[in-house]
Design a protein around this ligand. Structure first.
Ligand code: COI
Length: 330
């Protein structure tokens, strides 16, 4: 058994090394992503370990089948960039890491909201220009807000706990409500209701075809004036153009997004010496009430360690099961 890992960063390497030593399984590490060019390198391996928000090569699962590669183990949670129908067709198990650290993402969401409420970006700009005055940038307190949480899975739940700790009123919506949260009476009966009542809307749901542009022009029109939007989930959940329009008329008072619908070629890339061609993002970047971060909500030491170790354990489990299933059949 040997594995090949793609998109490996320096901060992940020690955990790969630790796991290899403990498990005595070879894992070859590659910095580049898994794409059409690097796909052939997977040929002699038992499992492929990846982490990427960009798309995977077309025909990948068929290639895995033809070359007896037994598993694709993601180091992240999201599977929206994968052709799962093809994985099923070619019978390639895909594993992800559903709970590497829900708190990492929840804490980051709250951090960004607090920054928006206290106008830290504006103060940073003023102070850089040696303007140390307070007014007119008076802040708001979280405990005076109704926070609408869309998606109450592990991350949504962690966020709710933090928001309640600050004394905020929390309302929530999920297609599959959680029994314990239901008992707290925090669920509203529709997304529309949530959009109409919330002072803050925070997204904690996966991106599916049904949720594409969940926050679109119509959704923004339903929201309260002066609403804050936090998105640490997936860029595809928001129609960014509609968001910009809502910002321009002050319907939206502030937005923090850590994911962006066209982030693939931008986030986690060094573009300092390259022309910046995304006009929409460029316009958002200069707004004082917009906080943009490059998909870093997950990026903590705890999360990164768990992502590496859990994905490798899952790959090993699948390969061992595959071997024992073959032995039984023989
Ligand atoms: C995920 O785990 O799906 C994330 O969004 C994190 C990112 C590094 C891919």
């Amino acid at each position: 058994m040997k594995f090949i890992a793609f998109g490996v960063r320096d901060d992940e390497r020690p955990y790969f090394v630790e796991w290899q030593q403990e498990n005595n399984i070879q894992v070859d590490l590659h910095q580049e992503m898994l794409d059409e060019k690097s796909l052939p390198a997977t040929k002699s391996y038992s499992a492929v370990i990846t982490l990427q928000t960009s798309s995977y090569p077309a025909g990948m699962f068929e290639f895995f089948k033809q070359n007896s590669i037994k598993a694709l183990a993601l180091r992240n949670v999201g599977v929206d960039n994968l052709n799962l129908a093809a994985a099923k067709k070619f019978k390639i198990p895909v594993t992800n890491v559903p709970a590497y650290s829900p708190n990492a993402i929840a804490e980051f969401s709250v951090t960004q909201l607090l920054q928006l409420l206290r106008k830290t970006t504006i103060f940073r700009q003023k102070i850089a220009a040696h303007d140390f005055r307070w007014a007119p940038d008076i802040g708001e307190e979280l405990r005076s807000k109704t926070v609408g949480v869309i998606g109450t899975g592990r991350i949504g739940k962690a966020a709710i706990k933090i928001y309640q700790g600050f004394g905020a009123k929390v309302i929530a919506y999920d297609l599959y409500p959680d029994e314990k949260l239901k008992a707290q009476g925090i669920y509203v009966s529709s997304i529309t209701e949530l959009l109409q009542q919330a002072d803050v809307i925070t997204l904690h749901l996966p991106a599916t075809a049904a949720d594409h542009y969940l926050l679109n022009e119509e959704a923004f029109s339903l929201m309260k004036s002066g609403v804050y939007i936090i998105n640490t989930a997936r860029g595809a959940l928001i129609d960014t153009r509609a968001l910009l329009a809502a910002l321009k008329v002050n319907k939206v008072a502030g937005v923090a997004f850590d994911t962006y619908e066209n982030e693939g070629p931008i986030f986690n890339h060094d573009l300092q010496k390259k022309p910046f061609t995304d006009a929409l993002l460029a316009e958002l970047l200069v707004q004082p009430n917009v906080l943009i971060t490059p998909h870093i909500a997950f990026y903590t030491k705890t999360a990164v360690k768990n992502m590496v170790l859990i994905s490798l354990n899952s790959a090993k489990d699948v390969c061992l099961k595959h071997t024992s299933a073959n032995l039984v059949r023989k």
